[in-house]
Write a protein that binds this ligand. Structure first.
Ligand code: B12
Ligand code: SF4
Length: 532
């Protein structure tokens, strides 16, 4: 711990001023900079934590600029100051499609002020469409496609040795005005991956109580990955495109890999003993692809003696029987999140979800029997969706009665099957419109004519707030309360409950008596959902 990071410029901390160059002030190899639009996300920048953890093992010096100011401008300025202070040779940026404009603006600002700094960009959007980042006069020097650890290390070591970085596999670059992609790099063995570099950020900032991680119940919660990749191919998801961008087409490298359990347990140990999290959430693309994986994880966790409660993201076809759910519950699992998407068999087929409505019934019934909370993710605006399809989803939800429902509006993100099939070429200038909260009509996939924004708000209210009080709290199991009472952060929890106690009735009254204002409320909250 203790390395100076830009977390020190968080406005919420009393020692919140940038450091001067007194720590040495020399240049470092790479500074990773979190997108100014993600500065207040409850999710840590996992991509940079993994990259930093890996390259550091090989003597590459790096830091993570992770400011937490409220405005994008403040965050951008803080990052620029951090570059001035640390003088990195490379700056690493990460971009989704939705923050493409923000990340591009940051890159231009970096190049303008520090023309000698080289910029490497990775993550979902550069992986699925490197050309968005490589054009004449553009600020990005190299795109890393897919899994980044091996490629980034190669880039920095090759560059340091004064050799030609364009020979490296897994990248894209601009040559004579044309985008050139080098051969795809093999996926790494996750035992070489090592631990995320938590010492590079202020983890305590992420340990604040919030209800967005273990969804809808207030927790101080760490997020962990036990593996990478997913063998399914849902039409709305670019996960395969991201990870396959790194696998050889000829060998069809395995799409799902697991970290060694001892690495996972060591990370969980630090979650509880060092960072004082009370809960953790497994954010694998799909947790529990095989029953063996679940059993091994639960056995190792029980053996570790750690006491955090946890939840995970999985699929209804991975919930195979009551016995395996009991094993999970016995190991501290309190909630499972499922992408059930729709109650219409026709929609499930179009989505290529690989699940049936019956499997959803069964999975929810088994969870209920086992006493595990259920979180159902629903998608509206699926291709060719009719009002009858929506009705079937209502019926499914009424029947399975999830503990909590989350509703999203399908968007044709680049890299997805839906993008190729329905969206064709969305100009990169329009990526920021790909919003699931306030979806624009131009990305309508549904056949019905219902207004997408109103539909979204209607469903959100119908399933999210049923009562005068935050439903998440009312449905929390007793082991949750036991955990809260025994937590060293019990006062922080109390403050959070009191805040929700006041907020929820206010939201309820607004919904009941000021329906036309509800849309405005949704508009205003779009940037704060899932943020501190
Ligand atoms: C977890 C997750 C989230 C989390 C956390 C995000 C976070 N902090 O990373 C939350 C819930 C916040 C989230 C939100 C959204 N997400 Co999301 N998310 C994911 C998910 C499931 C896993 C990402 C992850 O953390 N993987 C583990 C880490 C270690 O891997 P990684 O991030 O890919 O990083 C590796 C490589 O990409 C590469 N790399 C990444 N960055 C960099 C940078 C450099 C310099 C280098 C060299 C390499 C590199 O190296 C890393 C290590 O190998 C992916 C699906 C998937 N499986 O990829 C979707 C995914 C990335 N999300 C997606 C989308 C669309 C969104 C939203 C826009 C959805 C929405 N409208 O609300 C928002 C955008 C929020 C934002 N502006 O940041 C899309 C992206 C599509 C696209 N073309 O951009 C994906 C692919 C899923 C999908 N629907 O298709 N997401
Ligand atoms: S939505 Fe989940 S199950 Fe479907 S392809 Fe993406 S990661 Fe895999």
């Amino acid at each position: 711990m203790g390395t100076a990071t830009i977390d020190r410029v968080s406005p919420d901390r009393t020692d919140a001023r940038p450091q001067d160059a007194s720590h040495g002030g020399g240049s470092i190899d790479v500074l990773f900079a979190v997108s100014p639009s993600n500065a207040r996300s409850v999710y840590m920048p996992f991509y940079f934590l993994y990259l930093a953890g890996y390259v550091e093992k090989y003597g590459i010096t790096c830091e993570i600029a992770n400011p937490h100011f409220h405005t994008e401008k403040e965050n951008r300025d803080a990052i620029l100051e951090e570059i001035a202070r640390l003088k990195p040779r490379w700056v690493g940026l990460a971009s989704f499609c939705t923050d493409y404009a923000v990340v591009s603006d940051l890159a231009f600002a970096i190049k303008k002020r520090f023309p000698a700094v080289k910029i490497v960009v990775g993550n979902a959007q550069p992986s699925v469409n490197p050309a968005d980042f490589l054009y004449e006069g553009g600020p990005f020097d190299i795109v890393v496609r897919g899994e980044g650890e091996l490629t980034l290390r190669d880039i920095i070591e090759t560059d340091k040795a004064g050799k030609d970085v364009t020979r490296i596999t897994g990248i894209a670059y601009l040559e004579n005005g044309k985008v050139v992609q080098s051969p795809t790099r093999e996926l790494m063995d996750l035992k070489d991956c090592g631990q995320p570099a938590y010492h590079k950020i202020d983890v305590s900032w992420y340990a604040h109580v919030n209800k967005y991680l273990l969804r809808r119940i207030p927790t101080s919660c760490g997020v962990i990955f036990t593996g990478r990749g997913c063998p399914f191919e849902c039409g709305f998801c670019a996960a395969n495109a991201v990870w396959q961008a790194n696998s050889s087409d000829a060998t069809r490298a395995p799409k799902a890999r697991w970290r060694p359990l001892e690495h996972v347990m060591a990370e969980l140990h630090d979650f509880e003993k060092v960072h004082r999290f009370d809960f953790f959430y497994i954010l694998d693309d799909v947790f529990g692809l095989t029953e063996d994986e679940i059993r091994a994880f639960c056995a190792a966790y029980k053996k570790s003696g750690l006491k955090m409660l946890w939840g995970a993201e999985t699929r209804v076809n991975c919930v195979r029987n009551l016995e395996i759910l009991k094993v999970m519950k016995d190991a501290g699992c309190i909630q499972l999140d499922f992408g059930i998407e729709s109650g219409s068999p026709k929609m499930l087929k179009i989505v290529n979800k690989g699940i049936t409505v019956d499997q959803t019934y069964r999975a929810f019934e088994l969870c209920k029997k086992a006493g595990i909370r259920t979180f159902a993710n629903i998608l509206l605006n699926l291709p060719e969706e009719s009002e009858e399809d929506l009705e079937l989803t209502h019926r499914l939800l009424e029947k399975v009665n999830p503990t909590y429902v989350s509703v999203g509006v399908t968007q044709p993100y680049p890299g997805t099957e839906f993008y190729h099939r329905y969206a064709k070429n969305i100009p990169k200038e329009d990526y920021s419109k790909l919003s699931r909260i306030l979806p624009p009509e131009e990305f309508r996939l549904a056949a019905h004519k219902l207004n997408l924004q109103t539909l979204m708000v209607d469903w959100m209210w119908r399933y999210r707030i049923d009562t005068f009080f935050e439903r998440g709290l009312l449905t929390a199991p007793w082991i949750y309360w036991r955990k809260i009472v025994s937590s060293s952060k019990r006062l922080a929890y109390l403050r959070y409950f009191l805040r929700d106690f006041v907020r929820s009735p206010v939201h309820y009254i607004v919904r009941e008596y000021f329906p036309s204002q509800v849309m405005d409320l949704a508009r205003q909250s779009v940037h704060s959902i899932g943020s501190f």
